[in-house]
Design a protein around this ligand. Structure first.
Ligand SMILES: NC(=O)c1ccc[n+]([C@@H]2O[C@H](COP(=O)([O-])OP(=O)(O)OC[C@H]3O[C@@H](n4cnc5c(N)ncnc54)[C@H](OP(=O)(O)O)[C@@H]3O)[C@@H](O)[C@H]2O)c1
Length: 282
């Protein structure tokens, strides 16, 4: 199934749905015991139309990138979109260049489509970070860059320091986490409007509520789900993907979830349905 695409900053085309990889291959440290399962899941997603994979250098202390590197073997690189993230402790000039090099090695690829600053670090001047990012873009080692968990004032600061457009700000955002995220606050009321005014897309992390289905058992959601012959979780995901300049990267390893999420990417919700869902948790 063809996943809808959006063009961001007039330059970069992204499918609205990608696959997240947090906890594939460990959490803070590597756990190789289920690598085959994760490789198979990522390959199944790619075979069924997913092209965007989201990962980070700190997932399983680098091992998740290795899992992704093994999973993408044999797929045409130019058709894939790979996002990785540099950790806040590596935002200094030299560390950032080394982090990018190491991510490329672990992913067994020559370039990243998108490279994100995973979290802000108040101890490192953003001018230093952006010097390294600009250099990586010039060398074509990264094709685009973006942010993650950045509040408005820091997005604005980065805008002053870069000639390349900021493609995305990755934020915790889902049907029931609007302004009360674990890392960023006021996402829906403040950060998203500011990013959108500047054509910066939002990538919603934790888009399917970590698989927590109970909160979705509400009459309003069940009614919309029934109308679209969809599960409540598909409606929660469709609510995100029907919004402008919005990408989502659910982590999904079960084939059932992968197929359900791909199907959800083409669910068209009416304006009225969007309004009902918009009002749910505010
Ligand atoms: N930038 C950041 O700071 C940050 C922070 C956290 C996460 N992220 C990124 O965002 C991605 C997604 O966030 P997340 O992994 O925390 O949470 P999530 O994607 O909301 O939840 C993943 C869980 O939901 C289940 N699931 C997936 N699709 C489902 C469906 N259709 N119905 C029911 N359950 C479903 C998965 O099960 P199965 O695996 O069994 O299929 C998994 O247990 C991460 O993997 C990571 O790439 C970024």
């Amino acid at each position: 199934m063809k996943i809808p695409e959006i063009t961001i900053q007039n330059t970069f085309k992204m499918p609205t749905l990608g696959i997240g990889t947090w906890e594939m291959g460990g959490r803070q440290s590597a756990d190789t015991s289920e690598d085959e399962k994760f490789i198979k899941a990522i390959r199944f997603a790619l075979e069924n139309g997913i092209r965007h994979i989201d990962t980070a250098e700190n997932y399983a202390n680098g091992h998740t990138e290795e899992v992704v590197g093994n999973a993408i073997k044999g797929f045409e690189r130019e058709k894939l979109l790979i996002t990785s993230k540099v950790s806040e402790e590596n935002l200094g000039y030299k560390n950032l260049l080394r982090s990018a090099e190491n991510s490329l090695k672990r992913l067994q690829t020559d370039y990243l489509d998108l490279y994100l600053l995973h979290h802000p670090n108040p101890d490192v001047p953003l001018s230093e970070t952006m010097k390294a990012i600009n250099e990586l873009i010039e060398k074509r080692l990264i094709r685009n860059f973006g942010l993650s968990n950045f509040p408005v004032n820091l997005v604005a600061e980065v805008m002053q320091l870069t000639n390349s457009p900021i493609i995305t700000n990755q934020l915790e955002y889902n049907l029931f986490t609007r302004n009360n995220g674990r890392i960023t606050e006021d996402v829906e009321s403040t950060i998203i409007p500011f990013c959108h005014e500047n054509n910066i897309s939002i990538t919603a992390w934790r888009p399917v509520l970590k698989g927590e289905k109970n909160a979705l058992q509400q009459p309003a959601i069940l009614e919309i789900a029934e109308k679209h012959r969809a599960t409540p979780m598909q409606i929660a995901l469709a609510w995100l993907l029907n919004k402008p300049l919005m990408l989502a990267i659910p982590k999904m390893t079960s084939e059932k979830h992968i197929l359900e999420n791909i199907a959800a990417a083409t669910i068209q919700l009416s304006e009225e349905e969007m309004q009902v869902l918009d009002k749910l948790s505010v």
